[in-house]
Design a protein around this ligand. Sequence first.
Ligand SMILES: Nc1ncnc2c1ncn2[C@@H]1O[C@H](COP(=O)(O)OP(=O)(O)OP(=O)(O)O)[C@@H](O)[C@H]1O
Length: 258
Amino acid sequence: MEQRSIAVSIKKVSKRYLHQGREVPVLQEIDLTVPQAAFVSLVGPSGCGKSSLLHLIAGLDEPDEGEIILHGDSKSSRAGKCGYMLQQPLLLPWRTVEENVILGLDVRKTPRKEALEKARDLLKRFGLADFAENYPATLSGGMKQRVALLRTVLFQNELLLLDEPFGALDALTRQTMHLWLQDLWESISASVLLVTHDIREAIFLSDTIYVMSHRPARILQRYDVDLPRPRKIEDLSQEHVIQLEQKIFAQLMEEEKV
Ligand SMILES: Nc1ncnc2c1ncn2[C@@H]1O[C@H](COP(=O)(O)OP(=O)(O)OP(=O)(O)O)[C@@H](O)[C@H]1O
């Protein structure tokens, strides 16, 4: 079988933070892999350290122990090598949609004309062409998230770190976003690591799901999601998928109790 190359390899990563003068362990010997062009999700109890792990991968902080290897390289700086998106879309209200989408390219000093061409192409391919000249205030919550995701993708489309991007959306909008993101991901072949509290979201989108324990977080279990692609929302009603959802749910409930 052909060996898939690895986008992110996390080996025995531990992290402690200082809290009121004492060290609090947050991550404990985390092992995790995101193969090239795979969609991987991370679920775990509140406050266990999921966002902290994304911070480390994005190069905003360093682990106390262990190694983070991006595309086979553990030595160079990780800064700027990941597209990193948070729950809040953080669009600039005085810039139009297309001007928001090119923010990262502005930072890189890409010529304005070239940047706007790229943004318009992306907005067209992913159903937002009619809103290119709108201001964020005129968009729905789901649309703002799409714009923020496209901005992330335009900045860096090989490796995406998504921290609860749909957490603030209503259930119906979230479902539409899942289909949209599946489309986007399949067409750009990005490697994705998604943090979510929504188990169905994780199952629908992922090739692999890692379940984390309460803090200090360890990896409790890794599940591969056995569903052909492209997936349909109805696929979530299959018996084995419901069983997987219940299993992960029970595991998380146990961790919330501790
Ligand atoms: N830079 C930091 N300095 C000190 N403590 C930190 C820092 N970053 C995170 N923490 C602490 O680490 C713990 C884990 O936080 P983190 O945000 O990673 O959890 P999470 O699993 O993403 O939470 P949630 O599910 O609620 O989003 C928290 O107790 C937090 O206060």
